[in-house]
Structures are given as C-alpha cells and as structure tokens.
Write a protein that binds this ligand. Sequence first.
Ligand SMILES: NC(=O)c1ccc[n+]([C@@H]2O[C@H](COP(=O)([O-])OP(=O)(O)OC[C@H]3O[C@@H](n4cnc5c(N)ncnc54)[C@H](OP(=O)(O)O)[C@@H]3O)[C@@H](O)[C@H]2O)c1
Length: 433
Amino acid sequence: MQAVNVGIIGLGNVGSGTLAILTENAEQIALKLGFQLRVKALCSRSIAANRLAVDDSIVQTADWREVVAHPEVDIVAELVGGTTDAREIIDGAIAHKKSVVTANKELMALCGAEIWDRAISAGINLAMEASVAGGIPIHSVLREGISGDRVTTLYGILNGTSNYILTEIEKHGSSFDDVLKDAQRLGYAEADPSADVDGYDARSKLAILAALAFGEKITPSDIYTEGIRRILPLDFQYAHKLGHTIRLICGAHQTHAGLILSVRPALLPQSTILAGVQGAYNAVWVRGKYGEDTFYYGRGAGASPTGVAVVSDLMRVAREIRCGSPERVSPFAHERLGEYKPIPVTLQHSAYYLRFRVMDRPGIIASLARVLAEKEISLEAVLQLPSDNRRDLPFVITVEPTSEHSIREALQEMSAHDFLVEPPFAMPMERSL
Ligand SMILES: NC(=O)c1ccc[n+]([C@@H]2O[C@H](COP(=O)([O-])OP(=O)(O)OC[C@H]3O[C@@H](n4cnc5c(N)ncnc54)[C@H](OP(=O)(O)O)[C@@H]3O)[C@@H](O)[C@H]2O)c1
C-alpha cells in the first residue's frame, strides 16, 4: 500500500522525539501498518542554522506554510505549542485538507471542540493523545478503551513538575523555593514556573479530560485552580501523621447538582495508589458506574514518551487515511460536546486539613474552635508537632466533611485574628479514592 506522508512543524523536545522514533522505528511501524509512514517535511524557525542530516527528499524549512501546503504531505504534526502560531498552523492544515496531530494542551483546551467541528466539515482527522499526560494513552482509554462505561469521577496527577517538587519536599524536607531552584537547574522546571506550579498547565489538561470523560466543553478559566506555592515541608509532616500525603490533584466529580472540577493540592490517604506517584510521573484514576476503578500511570512528558504518543496518533490517522473509517471516533469521545459551566467548587463536600501559623498565646484553639462551631463545622482533631518557636508556631486542625462554602466563610473570619502569622491554609482531604 502507498506510504502516508507526514510533515512535522516544531522540532523541539516533542518534535525531535517524534522524528527520532519515526526514523529509528520505521520498520516496526511499517509492519504494524502494512505501509510506510514517511517524513516528508520538517519545520522549525531556526532550521537554517540547525539543518538535519536527513534524506535530501525531505523538505527542511523555517516556514510552516510550506509544510501545510506541500502537495505530498498527508498529515501535519503541530508541535510548536502556544495558542497563536499553532492555531494558524492547524487552521492552515485544515484549509489544505490535511489531517492534524497535535500535542498542544493549551490550544485544545481552549478551542479544540471548534477545531474538531472544522476538521469534520473538511473531512479530515484530528488527534491529540500527547496533549494530556504525555506517555499515558489516556485519550485512547476514554475515547475507546472504557467508552462503554459512564465515568463518575476522575482524579489525575497531570503536572510532572509539580509532582516532582512535592515529592522532593516530602523526601528531603526542603522548602518549595529551594526545590524549585534545583528543578530549574536540572531542567525539570521552566525559568517561568507559573504554568506548572500555579496549576494552569494541569487545568488545561483537566479541561480536555473532562470533555472526553463527560462530553462537556469546559472553559479552562471556569475550573477552580490553586497551585502548590503555599505547601511547606511541615504540611507533609502533619499529613504523614494523619496517614496521608499531598499531591496536586486534578479532580472531576459528577454530583447530583452537576460537575465539580478543581485543580488544587489535596491530602490523599497514603494507602491509595495515587499517593505512590513519585517524581515527574503522571497518573489518572477513573471510576466508572459499571467498570468501577481503573488506573493509568506513566511518564507525563519528555521527548520519547510524548513522541510515542504523537507517532501512535500519526499511525492511527494514517490507517484511517489509507483504509478509510466511516465511523471515525471523535477525539473528544463524544459526537458533540455540550456547553457546560461546572458548578461552583464551594458546593463540594469534603473533610478539610486546616494549617495555622500563630504567635502563641492562651486561648487560640478556643477562638478558632468557636468560629468552626458557629459555621456548624465539626472539629475532628488538633495536631501540634513539637516546636520551640513561639512567634511562629504551626498546628493543624482537621474537620469532618463539610461544604467548601462553610470552610471558606470560617477561614475568612479566622483570618481577622491578630495572632496569625499568615492567613490559614486549607486543603481538602480526599477520602473517596
Ligand atoms: N515537552 C514535553 O515533554 C511535552 C509533553 C506533552 C506535550 N507537550 C506539548 O508539545 C508541544 C511542543 O512542546 P516542546 O516541549 O517540544 O516545545 P519546544 O521544545 O519549545 O519546541 C518548540 C518547537 O517549535 C518551533 N517553533 C515555534 N514556533 C514556530 C513557528 N512559528 N514556526 C516554526 N517552528 C516554530 C521551535 O523552533 P525554534 O526552536 O527554531 O524556534 C521549536 O523547534 C507544546 O504544545 C507542549 O505543550 C510537550
């Protein structure tokens, strides 16, 4: 059967990983497909200065328009990232009736559903496996593997940088700032770490997974998002005392009132499988009404794991081009996505961990307990690890399940107390895992 030709735009981490796999694994890929998947064009802005030692028949250009317009390119791999050039590239590819494979979580979370609509109208395919949890084929799972189920809850650890930072704080007791600096030096964190440590990268990924799992188009900025900057080494000490650990959790829960979505640090029981996810690894735990619990684990990023996801998408799309597939599966697992606004996270019910840092004096616990009682929140435990710093004394209160609304009101009232060194810090304690 005739080869299917690919144009790769973007030759950074993911693009170079993709190219290496397509080259080194070409024989296996052809055996699996029954035809060759051939690289026809390569593009990056700096390609003139970094020409690649590849076959002369492969076009090398700094202008992506040459790739999308190339008459022999069947599939365009958009691997530049961001929402400006990438959008133009995908629009250009669709206009030229080329199928598209992308790793772009930001763009797909923002307007993937519209892009898919245009792809359908143009009769081409769109695939985006690499956009969430790099090396974990979670799109395939939600799109096909467990599509017969009805997903009720999904929890993900979807940002490798944050998970690396949290597990380093946990292992070594170092501060967030010190671990972040090390992570930047080792290349695990960007010079501007905000997208990772403030939860925005994870939020884009959750918006995509929520679309796949629940069939709803969710605007990422509607997802409650909180990063990991406030986590202290002592939070892990207290969490361990409570038999828990802390992870940045992307959560999606279908409740009677609607879908609650959040990205936030949370306490997880140490006995759960998600609590064992260490370093830059990612994981997704899904509960379905019928199939119950399934769990997916692997590398969330990196040239080769993400490259595998891109190449596998290229193979799937190539098969559809060569063999035809009238019943193509939507990249969002649903024929059409609903327009959806998640219900406010304040409606969530959970047990909470409340951490305080105070200038010590008598009566502090009594005043805080009074505020909790006024809000009808039941105190579960008070924990205080030994400390001789009376001017910055930490302790923790855990409370029984209550609404986030009540907790927020209580925290606001508590924040007025002049004995606090900083505003109280709250995290939900996940118990439904
Ligand atoms: N890194 C990961 O592990 C990972 C994992 C999952 C998903 N992703 C996603 O994959 C995408 C790519 O990420 P990356 O880490 O590979 O990025 P990267 O290392 O920054 O590489 C980006 C590449 O795109 C090229 N580029 C940018 N704008 C261009 C334009 N207008 N025309 C032509 N080339 C252009 C750059 O070329 P020059 O260098 O010549 O400027 C560079 O080769 C992003 O959407 C990212 O979110 C990444």
